[in-house]
Design a protein around this ligand. Structure first.
Ligand code: GRF
Length: 219
Protein backbone atom coordinates (compact mmCIF):
# COMPACT_ATOMS: atom_id res chain seq x y z
CA UNK A 1 0.00 0.00 0.00
CA UNK A 2 1.20 3.54 -0.79
CA UNK A 3 2.50 5.73 2.03
CA UNK A 4 -0.11 8.20 3.34
CA UNK A 5 0.31 11.69 1.91
CA UNK A 6 1.90 14.13 4.42
CA UNK A 7 -0.37 17.13 4.86
CA UNK A 8 -0.22 20.41 6.79
CA UNK A 9 -3.37 22.05 8.18
CA UNK A 10 -3.75 25.79 8.80
CA UNK A 11 -6.32 26.90 11.36
CA UNK A 12 -7.38 29.95 13.34
CA UNK A 13 -10.17 28.59 15.53
CA UNK A 14 -12.19 25.66 16.80
CA UNK A 15 -10.90 23.17 14.28
CA UNK A 16 -13.88 20.86 13.78
CA UNK A 17 -12.77 20.34 10.18
CA UNK A 18 -9.27 19.59 11.46
CA UNK A 19 -10.88 17.02 13.78
CA UNK A 20 -12.64 15.38 10.83
CA UNK A 21 -9.29 15.13 9.02
CA UNK A 22 -7.62 13.73 12.16
CA UNK A 23 -10.37 11.13 12.58
CA UNK A 24 -10.42 9.98 8.96
CA UNK A 25 -6.64 9.76 8.93
CA UNK A 26 -6.68 7.73 12.15
CA UNK A 27 -9.34 5.26 10.95
CA UNK A 28 -7.49 4.73 7.68
CA UNK A 29 -10.30 5.95 5.41
CA UNK A 30 -8.26 8.98 4.23
CA UNK A 31 -4.80 8.07 2.89
CA UNK A 32 -3.11 11.12 4.42
CA UNK A 33 -1.17 11.86 7.58
CA UNK A 34 -1.20 15.27 9.27
CA UNK A 35 2.42 16.21 9.86
CA UNK A 36 1.87 19.76 11.14
CA UNK A 37 -0.93 22.02 12.33
CA UNK A 38 -0.23 25.75 12.19
CA UNK A 39 -2.41 28.32 13.91
CA UNK A 40 -2.01 32.09 13.73
CA UNK A 41 -3.79 32.24 17.09
CA UNK A 42 -2.29 30.78 20.27
CA UNK A 43 -5.70 30.15 21.85
CA UNK A 44 -7.25 28.29 18.90
CA UNK A 45 -8.97 25.17 20.27
CA UNK A 46 -7.87 23.28 17.19
CA UNK A 47 -4.33 23.27 18.65
CA UNK A 48 -5.63 21.20 21.57
CA UNK A 49 -7.29 18.80 19.14
CA UNK A 50 -3.97 18.35 17.33
CA UNK A 51 -1.99 17.90 20.56
CA UNK A 52 -4.51 15.33 21.79
CA UNK A 53 -3.85 13.39 18.61
CA UNK A 54 -0.07 13.67 19.00
CA UNK A 55 0.29 15.93 15.96
CA UNK A 56 3.08 18.56 15.96
CA UNK A 57 1.77 22.13 16.22
CA UNK A 58 3.18 25.59 15.60
CA UNK A 59 1.75 28.96 16.55
CA UNK A 60 2.82 31.49 13.95
CA UNK A 61 1.21 34.76 14.98
CA UNK A 62 0.87 37.21 12.11
CA UNK A 63 1.08 40.12 14.57
CA UNK A 64 4.67 39.23 15.39
CA UNK A 65 5.85 39.84 11.83
CA UNK A 66 6.56 43.11 10.04
CA UNK A 67 4.22 42.22 7.18
CA UNK A 68 2.37 39.55 5.30
CA UNK A 69 5.34 38.20 3.39
CA UNK A 70 7.63 37.42 6.37
CA UNK A 71 4.64 35.84 8.15
CA UNK A 72 3.91 33.64 5.17
CA UNK A 73 7.58 32.82 4.66
CA UNK A 74 7.67 31.47 8.23
CA UNK A 75 4.62 29.31 7.52
CA UNK A 76 5.97 28.05 4.20
CA UNK A 77 9.28 27.14 5.83
CA UNK A 78 7.56 25.26 8.67
CA UNK A 79 5.41 23.34 6.18
CA UNK A 80 8.43 22.45 4.07
CA UNK A 81 10.45 21.36 7.11
CA UNK A 82 7.56 19.13 8.16
CA UNK A 83 7.47 17.63 4.66
CA UNK A 84 3.87 18.64 3.93
CA UNK A 85 2.94 17.92 0.33
CA UNK A 86 -0.60 19.26 0.58
CA UNK A 87 -1.82 22.24 2.59
CA UNK A 88 -5.38 22.29 3.91
CA UNK A 89 -6.89 25.58 5.02
CA UNK A 90 -9.47 24.74 7.68
CA UNK A 91 -10.98 27.88 9.13
CA UNK A 92 -7.76 29.83 8.59
CA UNK A 93 -8.82 33.46 8.80
CA UNK A 94 -5.98 35.29 7.03
CA UNK A 95 -6.02 36.17 3.35
CA UNK A 96 -2.92 34.71 1.69
CA UNK A 97 -0.71 36.57 -0.75
CA UNK A 98 0.13 35.46 -4.29
CA UNK A 99 3.62 34.56 -3.00
CA UNK A 100 2.26 31.87 -0.65
CA UNK A 101 -0.43 30.68 -3.04
CA UNK A 102 2.06 30.24 -5.88
CA UNK A 103 4.41 28.25 -3.64
CA UNK A 104 1.64 25.69 -3.14
CA UNK A 105 0.00 25.89 -6.54
CA UNK A 106 -2.26 22.85 -7.07
CA UNK A 107 -1.28 21.66 -3.59
CA UNK A 108 -3.53 23.78 -1.36
CA UNK A 109 -7.22 23.19 -0.57
CA UNK A 110 -9.75 25.35 1.24
CA UNK A 111 -13.23 24.69 2.59
CA UNK A 112 -15.91 27.33 2.40
CA UNK A 113 -19.43 27.20 3.87
CA UNK A 114 -21.44 28.08 0.76
CA UNK A 115 -22.05 26.71 -2.70
CA UNK A 116 -19.38 28.75 -4.47
CA UNK A 117 -19.32 30.86 -6.57
CA UNK A 118 -22.41 32.01 -4.62
CA UNK A 119 -21.62 33.85 -1.40
CA UNK A 120 -17.84 34.20 -1.19
CA UNK A 121 -16.37 36.12 1.74
CA UNK A 122 -17.65 36.32 5.31
CA UNK A 123 -21.00 35.77 7.08
CA UNK A 124 -22.05 33.62 4.18
CA UNK A 125 -24.78 31.71 6.01
CA UNK A 126 -26.52 35.00 6.78
CA UNK A 127 -26.06 36.11 3.18
CA UNK A 128 -27.65 32.88 1.91
CA UNK A 129 -30.66 33.21 4.24
CA UNK A 130 -31.17 36.86 3.32
CA UNK A 131 -30.96 36.05 -0.39
CA UNK A 132 -33.87 33.62 0.02
CA UNK A 133 -32.17 30.68 -1.67
CA UNK A 134 -33.61 27.23 -0.85
CA UNK A 135 -30.28 25.46 -0.67
CA UNK A 136 -26.81 26.23 0.53
CA UNK A 137 -23.90 23.98 1.34
CA UNK A 138 -20.15 23.65 1.41
CA UNK A 139 -17.38 23.69 -1.16
CA UNK A 140 -13.84 22.31 -1.15
CA UNK A 141 -11.71 24.03 -3.76
CA UNK A 142 -8.09 24.47 -4.73
CA UNK A 143 -6.79 27.85 -3.65
CA UNK A 144 -6.15 30.38 -6.37
CA UNK A 145 -5.12 34.00 -6.14
CA UNK A 146 -8.70 35.23 -6.18
CA UNK A 147 -10.33 34.67 -2.77
CA UNK A 148 -12.89 31.80 -2.65
CA UNK A 149 -12.70 31.30 -6.41
CA UNK A 150 -10.33 28.40 -7.13
CA UNK A 151 -11.19 25.19 -9.02
CA UNK A 152 -13.95 23.27 -7.22
CA UNK A 153 -13.31 19.69 -6.10
CA UNK A 154 -16.49 18.72 -4.27
CA UNK A 155 -19.65 20.32 -2.94
CA UNK A 156 -22.37 19.23 -0.53
CA UNK A 157 -25.86 20.69 -0.57
CA UNK A 158 -28.16 21.29 2.41
CA UNK A 159 -31.67 22.75 2.50
CA UNK A 160 -32.39 26.11 4.10
CA UNK A 161 -35.42 25.69 6.37
CA UNK A 162 -38.04 28.36 7.12
CA UNK A 163 -36.96 28.93 10.74
CA UNK A 164 -33.21 28.82 10.14
CA UNK A 165 -30.99 31.48 11.61
CA UNK A 166 -27.36 31.66 10.58
CA UNK A 167 -26.29 29.42 13.48
CA UNK A 168 -28.71 26.62 12.62
CA UNK A 169 -27.67 26.79 8.98
CA UNK A 170 -23.96 26.92 9.86
CA UNK A 171 -24.34 23.78 11.99
CA UNK A 172 -26.13 21.92 9.17
CA UNK A 173 -23.45 22.94 6.68
CA UNK A 174 -20.61 22.07 9.07
CA UNK A 175 -21.81 18.46 9.31
CA UNK A 176 -21.37 18.16 5.56
CA UNK A 177 -18.01 19.95 5.63
CA UNK A 178 -16.78 17.16 7.86
CA UNK A 179 -17.76 14.62 5.18
CA UNK A 180 -16.44 16.36 2.10
CA UNK A 181 -13.08 17.69 3.31
CA UNK A 182 -11.64 14.22 4.03
CA UNK A 183 -13.12 13.03 0.71
CA UNK A 184 -11.41 15.83 -1.23
CA UNK A 185 -8.10 15.12 0.50
CA UNK A 186 -8.54 11.44 -0.32
CA UNK A 187 -9.10 12.19 -4.03
CA UNK A 188 -6.02 14.44 -4.09
CA UNK A 189 -3.91 11.88 -2.22
CA UNK A 190 -5.01 9.18 -4.65
CA UNK A 191 -3.85 11.46 -7.50
CA UNK A 192 -7.33 11.39 -9.02
CA UNK A 193 -7.76 15.16 -9.46
CA UNK A 194 -6.74 17.06 -12.58
CA UNK A 195 -7.03 20.85 -12.65
CA UNK A 196 -8.14 21.95 -16.12
CA UNK A 197 -8.59 25.73 -16.11
CA UNK A 198 -11.40 26.54 -13.69
CA UNK A 199 -12.55 22.95 -13.57
CA UNK A 200 -11.33 19.88 -11.76
CA UNK A 201 -11.68 16.52 -13.49
CA UNK A 202 -12.02 13.57 -11.12
CA UNK A 203 -10.73 10.28 -12.40
CA UNK A 204 -13.06 7.32 -11.88
CA UNK A 205 -15.73 9.34 -10.06
CA UNK A 206 -19.18 7.79 -9.80
CA UNK A 207 -22.00 9.91 -11.30
CA UNK A 208 -25.65 10.10 -10.31
CA UNK A 209 -27.60 12.02 -12.99
CA UNK A 210 -30.83 11.54 -10.99
CA UNK A 211 -29.49 12.96 -7.72
CA UNK A 212 -31.79 15.98 -7.80
CA UNK A 213 -33.05 17.61 -4.60
CA UNK A 214 -36.16 19.71 -4.15
CA UNK A 215 -36.76 22.10 -1.28
CA UNK A 216 -39.52 22.09 -0.19
CA UNK A 217 -39.59 18.42 -1.14
CA UNK A 218 -43.05 18.57 -2.71
CA UNK A 219 -46.48 17.26 -1.76
C1 GRF B 1 -15.91 26.39 8.53
O1 GRF B 1 -17.25 26.75 8.35
C2 GRF B 1 -15.15 26.56 7.25
O2 GRF B 1 -15.92 26.30 6.13
C3 GRF B 1 -14.77 28.02 7.30
O3 GRF B 1 -14.47 28.27 8.65
C4 GRF B 1 -15.18 27.35 9.48
C5 GRF B 1 -14.15 26.64 10.31
O4 GRF B 1 -14.71 25.81 11.27
N1 GRF B 1 -13.70 28.29 6.37
P1 GRF B 1 -13.78 24.82 12.10
O5 GRF B 1 -12.68 25.68 12.75
O6 GRF B 1 -13.23 23.80 11.18
O7 GRF B 1 -14.70 24.25 13.13
Amino acid sequence: MAEPLPIGVLISGGGTNLQALIDRSADGSMPARIVLVISNKADAYGLTRARNAGIPTRVIDHREFSGREPFERAMAEALREAGAQLVCLAGFMRVLSPYFIRSFHGRMLNIHPSLLPAFPGLHVQRQAIEAGVRFSGATVHYVSEEVDAGPIVIQAVVPILPDDDEHALAARILQQEHRIYPLAVTLHAQDRLRIEGRRVRILDAPTRPDAALLNPPGA
